[in-house]
Ligand binder design. Structure first.
Ligand code: NAD
Ligand code: MG
Length: 386
């Protein structure tokens, strides 16, 4: 029996890695739906190659172009954000949520509400609406699997039967491209420098998040949503080689680590075959060539995003959603050349200072908080941060 799969965000970095694995084993997988924001060329090509049953573009103005490219193939297509949610509802056994930002929340929830296995690469919905997402998964009997390399590593090492035996979860961080830079030099960082990650090849938004270390902050919150441990049992450790993807320490002092090449196809393959395993084209780790693994404490002065995320996690309620929204606005403004690199975290801090609504109890409330936090952050971008 083939496993049916849907990829939300099929034209992105994670989407492409997922397609690569699926296309290597056509006897094992069949594609139900592929979605993209606007890259119809890439989307149509992938839909044709994989024989997808549906192709959906979120930006409705791109639908005629998608239709042209799929003419004569018999692959139906649709456009608009609601059509992306409809694609998620088509009932694939396995759905990859790989849209970037909170824009992926609606379709990830639509997939969860159908049950089945939903793989969350898209971390922002877990940050902003974490409890609602995990509660929906429980209610609808969906299995959530983490594709984020750290959380996938923890998932592989974590004893869900006896979580009280876990003493610490250690999230590893490469430290990003500026781990050795001083603050003055960081101020002048350009978008292309920020997007050139030393160990991973990723989309622009997460690359900037890795450079500010907001990515690790978001991952701290993501880990709290996914694993039943106390917040103070979650630690961050800089490990520049990105060989150990995270670790779980037990009360007896044993530490289980998951290691692997720094290629997203490894954690994605884990979720794609789970609970089985499948081959990937990755060469085996060469421990002799590697020779050493280094570890250091993160620097909260040069990377204030770590402190902001820790505080948002501790305070809970709407704080993580505000942090995420402000960060999305600030990263987009930085990529557009409207903010300097250090102002990204400053915008988030400032938005958190200005806005403190009650905890959201519904998705509508999350969307409202997200919109207001974006408005405030957007004003600050316009006015110039202090
Ligand atoms: P990306 O920018 O390369 O791709 C994003 C995908 O989402 C594209 O297919 C794009 O068309 C689609 N998209 C963008 N905006 C959309 C919208 N408004 N509506 C519908 N679709 C939209 O991003 P990525 O690097 O693949 O990251 C995707 C998610 O996975 C992010 O949440 C990121 O944090 C997470 N993640 C990525 C990596 C990685 O290695 N790239 C690792 C771990 C986690
Ligand atoms: Mg990660």
């Amino acid at each position: 029996m083939k496993r049916s799969v849907t990829i939300l965000g099929a034209t992105g970095s994670v989407g492409g890695s997922t397609l690569d694995l699926i296309e290597r084993e056509p006897d094992r997988f069949e594609v139900i739906a592929l979605t993209a924001n606007s890259d119809v060329e890439k989307l149509a090509a992938a839909a044709i190659r994989t024989g997808a049953r549906h192709a959906v573009v979120a930006d409705e103005s791109c639908l005629p172009a998608l239709r042209d490219r799929l003419a004569g193939t018999g692959i139906p297509c649709a456009g608009g954000a609601e059509a992306v949610c409809d694609a998620a509802r088509m009932g694939a056994d396995w759905t990859m949520a790989a849209i970037v930002g909170l824009a992926g929340l609606g379709s990830a929830m639509a997939a969860i509400e159908r049950g089945g296995t939903v793989v969350l690469a898209n971390k922002e919905p877990l940050v902003s609406a974490g409890d609602l997402v995990t509660a929906a998964a429980r209610r609808h009997g969906a299995t959530l699997l983490p594709a984020d390399s750290e959380h996938n590593a923890i998932f592989q090492c974590f004893d869900f039967e006896r979580p009280e035996r876990v003493r610490r979860i250690i999230l590893t961080a490469s430290g990003g491209p500026f781990r050795d830079w001083d603050l003055e030099a960081m101020r002048g960082v350009t978008p292309s420098q920020a997007c050139a990650h030393p160990n991973w090849s990723m989309g622009a938004k997460i690359s900037v998040d890795s450079a500010t270390m907001m990515n690790k902050g978001l991952e701290l919150i993501e880990a709290a949503r996914l694993f039943p441990v106390a917040n103070d049992a979650l630690e961050i450790l800089v490990h520049r080689q990105s060989v150990i993807h995270s670790m779980v320490e037990y009360v007896d002092g044993s530490v289980l680590a998951q290691m692997g090449p720094s290629d997203m196809r490894v954690p994605i393959a884990h979720t794609l075959a789970w609970p089985d395993r499948m081959a990937t084209p990755m060469p085996p780790l060469d421990f002799v060539a590697m020779a050493r693994l280094d570890f250091e404490a993160p620097d909260a002065v040069r990377f204030p995003a770590l402190r902001l995320a820790r505080e948002a996690l501790e305070a809970g309620g709407a704080r993580p959603a505000i942090l995420n929204a402000a960060n999305e606005v600030a990263v987009a403004a930085f990529l557009a050349g409207r903010l300097n690199f250090l102002e990204i975290a400053a915008i988030s801090a400032d938005t958190l200072d200005r806005y403190d609504p009650v905890a959201p109890e519904s998705l509508e409330a999350v969307w409202a908080i997200d919109a207001e936090a974006r408005r405030i952050a957007g004003e600050r971008v316009k006015d110039g941060v202090a």
